[in-house]
Design a protein. Sequence first.
Length: 476
Amino acid sequence: MAPDIPHLMAVINPEIFCEPEARKAVRRVLHQGLAQGDRLAYLKAAEQAQPREPNALPLEALEQVSHFQAAAQAAPIQEHTLVLDDPGEPLEPVYFYLLDDLEAREGWRVEKLVDTVNATPGSGLSLDLNRRLTQQQQDVAKTLIQIHKTARELVARWQKWRTQKQQLEIYERSRSSELEVREAALRQLKRQWQKEAEDRMITPEPFEDDERAFDFWLTHSESELRQRMAVDRGLLRAELNLLKLQVNGVRPQLQANQESGQGSNASLVTAFNTALLELVLLVAPLSDLEQAVAAGELPGTVLGSRYRRCWPIVIISLRVRAIPERSNRGGYGYRGQVELRFRSYAVNEEEFAVLRRELQRSEWGDVLGVVEQGTARELETLLGELDELLLENEPTPIRPESGDQDPNPFAALWSCLDWFRTEPPAAQPPVLIEPLRPDKDLERALRSFALIEGRVWCRELYQQQKRWRHLPGWDD
């Protein structure tokens, strides 16, 4: 599924990105879900969210107001839409010019979030796609069998790991400061020790009494349990990555089959040769906060670690209604209509981490839909353990301290928030306290500065596309 970023952002920070009348419902669903340990709390709260309307106030008016008045929070989003409809112009240069322009900007980071295609059934492109799918059906069927096998093995290993985790909790309770809790845990462990001794016909010798034998077993059995859990956790991570790799390999074919019936999409007409394409890019521009401090717009204290810094991001979506044209070499070129939409936000590190995590969970929702129903129910429960299995021991995002380092802090954040790692990182990340607290003190001014930056860059990218095509802009 394509991630609904506007609704997700409205849940991550409802005070800024959600309409006032929906904030109470969003907070209630989110707080209840987080209190119950529901790992899908954000996605469920997004159903109640109403994203803020873009361009609520003119950008020029906000640029004249001090950041300490936090006026940008009243109009936090900039959005522009450019529709290009020229049947004679190829569509590929539209995307690659945009991509080259973004990647050429120093310190900017670009990531592709969505890349989908859908063709009219019976069209030349659709027939070619179906022919390729037919050729791949046997391989896909084999892969699906392997996916189901991997999923069942994953569930079995996860259940074993969860049993070990519950056993470890007993050991931890045996050291509790509460007498009743500690004694109950010790009685439970002693019964387990006696059962193991009877099964192996082991006596307390050469120890003087049972207590010394039990203490010896207690220490060594906990150590062995922790070692086994570490090994099993590594195997779980590897099997989860394997499952994701297998599902991503067959998902395009499955999605094409599921969407081959055009449904209610009026753009796909059986008699026409048309295709729909969608691309979504997440762009993190370079922030000019240091220059603003040097110019006296903000005090130098905002650069310290005491305050949470915000950075602008721009979401760029391309929706294409194309007329595929087959070349002599058998490939396809595309002409038709493309809609470019630019939308800006400003997020701090915590919000960006939650955004990436929730996009990951949304992706795993697609993965669960591929495996058989019974196994999917087990995996849906396993989804609650994904953070502990996959995101444990993430390194703390690195902030640049000197000019010779990467000037964009998102560069470090991008690398440290990889969704599925095969090697556990060395450092431990700061613990997220959720729901995330709202801005306070100077953080409101930092947010206002980043929001205006995001709106400026959103407008600049939009105008750049118009200038490249010699279209009139605001200054003309």
